[in-house]
Design a binder for this molecule. Sequence first.
Ligand code: KG4
Ligand code: ZN
Length: 365
Amino acid sequence: MTSSLILAIETSCDETGIALVADGRRILSNVVASQVAMHAASGGIVPEVAARAHLRWVVPVLDEAWSSSGATWGDVTAVAVTEGPGLAGSLLVGINFAKTLAWVHGKPLVPVNHLEGHLYAAWLADDGREIPEPAFPLVALIVSGGHTFLVEMRDHLRYRLLGETVDDAAGEAFDKVGRLLGLPYPGGPAIMQAASESVRHDVTFPRAWMGDSYDFSFSGLKTAARRAIGAETGAIDRVGPRGHGRVEAAAAADTAPLSSDRVAELAYGFQESVVDVLVAKTLRAARQVGAKSMVLGGGVAANRVLRERLAVGAAAAGIALVVPRPALCTDNGAMIGAAAARRFEAGTRAGLDLDAKPSLPLARR
Ligand code: KG4
Ligand code: ZN
């Protein structure tokens, strides 16, 4: 690959991330201002609040990215920014910031798909470690708060969609069930922590196998979890015809009925169900396409049990597994820089009319 230094900006959701990435692989700096604590107060992301927080933090995050990188504008090849998918208002903050920087400093502007960023995080070799690049053909599982899908890659930037969720994303399921269990936002890390404290391992929830397909479904699991929690807290009695919101409200407002031991057991059962399906389908897809490697990405890829379980399966199947460290799985600028280097090399450029694309897909069937 041609050598490059990319200044990459990510503001698609609730993290303001800016990074300087050399050659799509080496991180010079990667600064993330997280809004998690702020959104925890409201139990979820309020889009308008998220956009304003990006506006507040984008300049300080850029300053910090420069000072920890040792680079200057003269070294920069291009400015890259997430164009979608994501929250429109949040995306626009990053896009307008990137446009201004590119225009003022006379640099090309490279638009990046957020999901491609999650995938290319697997190419980042940081901490001075020389990890091998994922080998083609590969199968990638991307699991985030808004997306869950499996793709096959036979070359850079070329995707064949194998399967995707037909309803909730895996991260969304973690967040919703976390709320039902009375755990703090975001649910993913909270459920992982609670599950690790479970002594008993006998709670089981259904798995949606979806026949032979590589599609996923998590809404049935979410309903099963809601019923189980409702039955134990008594909230189920208050469920009306359209009443699931009331159970959620009851569970959120009054978590006392569930002991912390019981929360841990239910969290364990839920996490097992999600991980089981994700791992089984990824391994089956990898075997079927004759993959040389597997890539795991997206916020849910920060989950320890998912990482370990897939690693065991990969080793047994003799297929290499590349999983970025947890901080590179959740939203950050470096992953956008990694994807942007490939996009830059392929000639992808945006003009100053670049707009946010809230529903931008990575691949279609
Ligand atoms: O990729 P990401 O940072 O943002 C989106 O693009 O959506 O993913 C955020 C999602 C949230 O749903 C969060 O609960 C989940 O990733 N997540 C986890 C863990 N850490 C974050 N899910 C399970 N286990 C974790 N350790
Ligand atoms: Zn993401």
